[in-house]
Ligand binder design. Sequence first.
Ligand code: PSU
Ligand code: MN
Length: 326
Amino acid sequence: MSPNAPHSAHPYAPALSEEVQEALAAHCPVVALESTIIAHGLPRPRNLQVAKELEELVRSSGAVPATIAVLDGRAHIGLDKARLERIAEDPAVRKLGHRDLAPALAAGASGATTVSATAFLAARAGLRVFATGGLGGVHRDWTATQDESADLRLLARTGITVVCAGVKSILDVPATLQRLETLGVGVLGYRTEHFPGFYLSSSGEPVDWTVHTPEEVAQVMQAGDALGGPAAALIVANPVPPKDQLDPALHDRVLAQALDACRERGIVGQAVTPFLLDQLMQHTGGASLEANLAAVRGNVALAARIALAWAAAERGTAGPKGASGR
Ligand code: PSU
Ligand code: MN
């Protein structure tokens, strides 16, 4: 069993939804979903539609969705309808990285969880697969600001498989890939030899390992476990389909303007990522939003398939090792 205590009476213990508890107990596939993208990454009211759509996508694939957030000082793993609505609609919902979790619980606050906080909570509850849009990483002006998302360090010490469309293209992608290497975080290109570029199908950077099926990802997870447990996360980098990507020339032009605007307005810290995502959306006539959503949908669908493949492999009903490998 996982080290979590779903029935723990402690008021600070995370609350697992009934559906998530049952799925974990039966070793059925569960997919963790983050909530910062809902509360701070997407415009209202579209964000609530998307939150519901992503959960539905997981369900229709045969897995249980576990959207993670903090409400009134309690971490929730799996949100009911009313809680999902609060995350999408309540303007008082904060943005919580993993370091913010304890203060938020103690203060009785409510907040959406970033990749770092979501992965932290999910892994401790025994979840193994997590889907998001794009990870945080090293910002382009790192030498001046030292702004590196807490996502990276947290993933370096958390055994969870994260399906994403790479790291957000507002970041310094080569520097982020270098940090992931230094931190020992595994990166698999999913049907690609290039690291995806979030809004773009490719960042132009190569990846060292490519897999082609969810079963292969499950094998990598099992191999990591067999080596003594995954000390670090496994990133499955799944590109947005080329037909859905943002026009690269438009992307580069608008991003340069957005980075200038961020600097001119002196925006720093947690506000940087939501600001840049919003600027891109406004100045691409919404095209960046559609590319972002296409990426997230693809990641959630793939994460569900990986969760199924992993649950099957763990049950020992998967085919012989390497049967689907290359
Ligand atoms: N993916 C998206 N949109 C988002 C995010 C990811 O498509 O808004 C969020 C994630 O929660 C990620 C956060 O952890 O952005 C990174 O923020 P920061 O750079 O402040 O760490
Ligand atoms: Mn940051």
